[in-house]
Design a protein around this ligand. Structure first.
Ligand code: ADP
Ligand code: MG
Length: 173
Protein backbone atom coordinates (compact mmCIF):
# COMPACT_ATOMS: atom_id res chain seq x y z
CA UNK A 1 0.00 0.00 0.00
CA UNK A 2 1.16 3.52 -0.74
CA UNK A 3 -0.37 5.90 1.75
CA UNK A 4 -1.01 9.41 0.51
CA UNK A 5 -0.61 12.39 2.80
CA UNK A 6 -2.58 15.55 2.15
CA UNK A 7 -1.26 17.42 -0.83
CA UNK A 8 0.19 20.89 -0.70
CA UNK A 9 -0.98 23.37 -3.32
CA UNK A 10 1.05 26.47 -4.17
CA UNK A 11 1.43 28.87 -7.08
CA UNK A 12 4.46 30.30 -8.87
CA UNK A 13 4.36 33.49 -10.90
CA UNK A 14 7.41 33.24 -13.18
CA UNK A 15 10.04 30.74 -14.32
CA UNK A 16 12.44 32.14 -11.70
CA UNK A 17 9.78 31.82 -9.06
CA UNK A 18 9.48 28.10 -9.93
CA UNK A 19 13.28 27.80 -9.76
CA UNK A 20 13.21 29.40 -6.29
CA UNK A 21 10.58 26.95 -5.09
CA UNK A 22 12.69 24.08 -6.43
CA UNK A 23 15.78 25.54 -4.75
CA UNK A 24 14.11 25.59 -1.42
CA UNK A 25 13.18 21.92 -1.81
CA UNK A 26 16.74 21.14 -2.86
CA UNK A 27 18.15 22.76 0.27
CA UNK A 28 16.25 20.19 2.33
CA UNK A 29 16.93 17.30 -0.07
CA UNK A 30 18.42 14.12 1.32
CA UNK A 31 20.30 11.33 -0.38
CA UNK A 32 17.75 8.78 -1.57
CA UNK A 33 15.03 11.31 -2.42
CA UNK A 34 12.93 10.56 -5.50
CA UNK A 35 10.89 13.36 -7.04
CA UNK A 36 8.38 12.85 -9.82
CA UNK A 37 7.77 15.85 -12.04
CA UNK A 38 4.36 15.71 -13.66
CA UNK A 39 2.81 18.13 -16.13
CA UNK A 40 2.21 18.85 -19.79
CA UNK A 41 4.87 19.96 -22.21
CA UNK A 42 5.97 23.46 -21.21
CA UNK A 43 4.52 23.22 -17.72
CA UNK A 44 7.92 23.82 -16.13
CA UNK A 45 9.41 20.43 -15.23
CA UNK A 46 12.83 21.23 -16.66
CA UNK A 47 12.69 24.76 -15.24
CA UNK A 48 12.02 23.25 -11.82
CA UNK A 49 14.97 20.88 -12.25
CA UNK A 50 17.24 23.83 -13.11
CA UNK A 51 16.43 25.58 -9.84
CA UNK A 52 16.85 22.34 -7.92
CA UNK A 53 20.25 21.66 -9.51
CA UNK A 54 21.53 25.20 -8.92
CA UNK A 55 20.69 24.94 -5.24
CA UNK A 56 22.67 21.70 -5.02
CA UNK A 57 25.65 23.69 -6.26
CA UNK A 58 25.55 22.39 -9.82
CA UNK A 59 26.83 25.04 -12.21
CA UNK A 60 26.44 23.09 -15.47
CA UNK A 61 23.39 24.12 -17.49
CA UNK A 62 20.55 21.65 -17.03
CA UNK A 63 18.60 20.92 -20.19
CA UNK A 64 15.79 18.55 -20.96
CA UNK A 65 17.14 15.00 -21.15
CA UNK A 66 14.42 13.96 -23.62
CA UNK A 67 16.81 12.47 -26.13
CA UNK A 68 19.40 11.19 -23.70
CA UNK A 69 17.07 9.57 -21.16
CA UNK A 70 19.22 10.35 -18.16
CA UNK A 71 21.85 12.85 -17.17
CA UNK A 72 23.94 12.98 -14.05
CA UNK A 73 25.17 16.13 -12.32
CA UNK A 74 27.52 16.31 -9.34
CA UNK A 75 26.59 18.77 -6.62
CA UNK A 76 26.14 18.46 -2.85
CA UNK A 77 24.27 15.31 -3.91
CA UNK A 78 24.51 13.36 -7.15
CA UNK A 79 21.51 14.49 -9.20
CA UNK A 80 20.05 12.03 -11.72
CA UNK A 81 17.75 13.85 -14.13
CA UNK A 82 15.53 11.48 -16.13
CA UNK A 83 12.84 11.98 -18.71
CA UNK A 84 10.35 9.31 -19.76
CA UNK A 85 8.47 11.36 -22.33
CA UNK A 86 8.73 8.56 -24.85
CA UNK A 87 6.94 5.54 -23.53
CA UNK A 88 9.45 3.20 -25.14
CA UNK A 89 11.97 4.61 -22.69
CA UNK A 90 10.22 3.06 -19.73
CA UNK A 91 12.05 -0.25 -19.85
CA UNK A 92 15.33 1.60 -20.32
CA UNK A 93 14.57 3.68 -17.24
CA UNK A 94 13.89 0.55 -15.25
CA UNK A 95 17.15 -0.95 -16.53
CA UNK A 96 18.96 1.97 -14.93
CA UNK A 97 18.02 0.50 -11.54
CA UNK A 98 16.43 3.38 -9.68
CA UNK A 99 17.00 1.90 -6.19
CA UNK A 100 20.72 1.61 -6.96
CA UNK A 101 20.89 5.21 -8.14
CA UNK A 102 19.34 6.27 -4.85
CA UNK A 103 21.67 4.13 -2.81
CA UNK A 104 24.75 6.23 -2.24
CA UNK A 105 24.30 9.99 -2.25
CA UNK A 106 21.93 10.19 -5.18
CA UNK A 107 18.66 12.03 -5.71
CA UNK A 108 16.45 11.41 -8.74
CA UNK A 109 14.15 13.81 -10.55
CA UNK A 110 12.00 12.17 -13.23
CA UNK A 111 10.14 14.25 -15.78
CA UNK A 112 6.90 12.53 -16.85
CA UNK A 113 7.45 10.23 -13.87
CA UNK A 114 3.76 9.41 -13.62
CA UNK A 115 4.14 7.30 -16.76
CA UNK A 116 6.09 4.74 -14.73
CA UNK A 117 4.37 5.17 -11.41
CA UNK A 118 3.69 1.42 -11.06
CA UNK A 119 7.35 0.57 -11.39
CA UNK A 120 8.67 3.11 -8.91
CA UNK A 121 10.02 2.66 -5.41
CA UNK A 122 7.26 3.12 -2.83
CA UNK A 123 8.36 6.52 -1.53
CA UNK A 124 8.42 9.61 -3.64
CA UNK A 125 7.32 13.22 -3.76
CA UNK A 126 5.08 13.96 -6.71
CA UNK A 127 5.23 17.51 -8.00
CA UNK A 128 2.52 18.35 -10.51
CA UNK A 129 2.79 21.58 -12.47
CA UNK A 130 -0.26 22.90 -14.27
CA UNK A 131 -1.09 25.94 -16.32
CA UNK A 132 -3.48 28.34 -14.66
CA UNK A 133 -6.96 28.49 -16.13
CA UNK A 134 -8.52 31.85 -16.81
CA UNK A 135 -9.26 34.42 -19.46
CA UNK A 136 -6.79 35.61 -20.40
CA UNK A 137 -4.82 32.81 -18.76
CA UNK A 138 -1.76 34.18 -16.96
CA UNK A 139 1.07 32.71 -19.08
CA UNK A 140 3.70 32.87 -16.35
CA UNK A 141 1.70 31.36 -13.53
CA UNK A 142 1.69 27.72 -12.57
CA UNK A 143 -0.16 25.82 -9.90
CA UNK A 144 2.20 23.39 -8.22
CA UNK A 145 0.74 20.50 -6.24
CA UNK A 146 3.05 18.46 -4.03
CA UNK A 147 1.86 15.00 -3.01
CA UNK A 148 4.01 13.08 -0.54
CA UNK A 149 3.72 9.34 -1.20
CA UNK A 150 4.97 6.73 1.27
CA UNK A 151 6.20 7.03 4.83
CA UNK A 152 9.50 8.72 3.94
CA UNK A 153 7.67 11.74 2.56
CA UNK A 154 4.72 11.65 4.95
CA UNK A 155 7.23 12.13 7.74
CA UNK A 156 8.34 15.35 6.04
CA UNK A 157 4.95 16.95 5.49
CA UNK A 158 5.51 19.60 8.17
CA UNK A 159 8.87 20.48 6.66
CA UNK A 160 7.31 20.70 3.18
CA UNK A 161 4.45 22.82 4.46
CA UNK A 162 6.83 25.29 6.06
CA UNK A 163 9.17 25.59 3.13
CA UNK A 164 6.39 26.10 0.59
CA UNK A 165 4.65 28.80 2.64
CA UNK A 166 6.01 31.72 0.55
CA UNK A 167 4.23 30.23 -2.48
CA UNK A 168 0.86 29.58 -0.87
CA UNK A 169 -1.97 30.79 -3.03
CA UNK A 170 -3.68 33.83 -1.61
CA UNK A 171 -7.19 32.97 -0.55
CA UNK A 172 -9.91 33.84 -3.07
CA UNK A 173 -11.38 37.33 -2.62
P1 ADP B 1 8.66 21.06 -19.37
O1 ADP B 1 9.99 20.50 -18.96
O2 ADP B 1 7.56 20.79 -18.36
O3 ADP B 1 8.24 20.65 -20.75
P2 ADP B 1 10.04 23.60 -19.45
O4 ADP B 1 10.53 23.85 -18.06
O5 ADP B 1 11.01 23.10 -20.46
O6 ADP B 1 8.75 22.65 -19.37
O7 ADP B 1 9.38 24.90 -20.04
C1 ADP B 1 8.54 25.74 -19.32
C2 ADP B 1 8.36 27.02 -20.10
O8 ADP B 1 7.37 27.84 -19.50
C3 ADP B 1 9.63 27.83 -20.16
O9 ADP B 1 9.71 28.49 -21.40
C4 ADP B 1 9.45 28.83 -19.02
O10 ADP B 1 10.18 30.00 -19.23
C5 ADP B 1 7.96 29.08 -19.12
N1 ADP B 1 7.32 29.49 -17.85
C6 ADP B 1 6.52 30.56 -17.72
N2 ADP B 1 6.08 30.69 -16.47
C7 ADP B 1 6.61 29.67 -15.77
C8 ADP B 1 6.52 29.27 -14.39
N3 ADP B 1 5.77 29.93 -13.47
N4 ADP B 1 7.20 28.17 -14.03
C9 ADP B 1 7.95 27.48 -14.93
N5 ADP B 1 8.07 27.80 -16.23
C10 ADP B 1 7.40 28.89 -16.66
MG1 MG C 1 11.29 19.06 -19.88
Amino acid sequence: MRPYAPMIRVRTRSPDNTRELAASLAEQAQAGDLLLLVGDLGAGKTTFTQGFAAALGISEPVTSPTFTLAREYRGRLLLHHLDVFRLDQISEVLDLGLPELLDSDGVILIEWGDAIRQALPSDYLEIALTFVEGRPSPPDERVVVLTPVGSRWQARVDELTTLTEPWLESPPC
